[in-house]
Design a protein around this ligand. Structure first.
Ligand SMILES: [Zn+2]
Ligand SMILES: [Zn+2]
Length: 69
């Protein structure tokens, strides 16, 4: 298994996907989760916590500004 943390541009980005919440089963219910990624890890989204799974696709990392491949 490949370590996912290596794929991320910065610590802030990888920490988003390292954290686990004990309270919420779904990341879409958890206000602490700011981003999600699709299965192929090519599309990152900023989540809109509106009770659904909506998000806005981002092309650049919101923390370090690097382009997301
Ligand atoms: Zn970054
Ligand atoms: Zn939570």
């Amino acid at each position: 298994m490949e370590k996912t943390s290596k794929k991320f541009c910065c610590k802030m980005m990888s920490s988003q996907f390292d954290k686990k919440c004990d309270i919420h089963d779904s990341i879409y219910d958890c206000p602490d989760v700011l981003l999600d990624v699709n299965k192929t890890k090519t599309e990152f989204r900023i989540l809109i916590h509106d009770g659904g799974t909506s998000g806005i696709v981002i092309k650049y990392c919101p923390w370090c500004g690097k382009k997301i491949k």
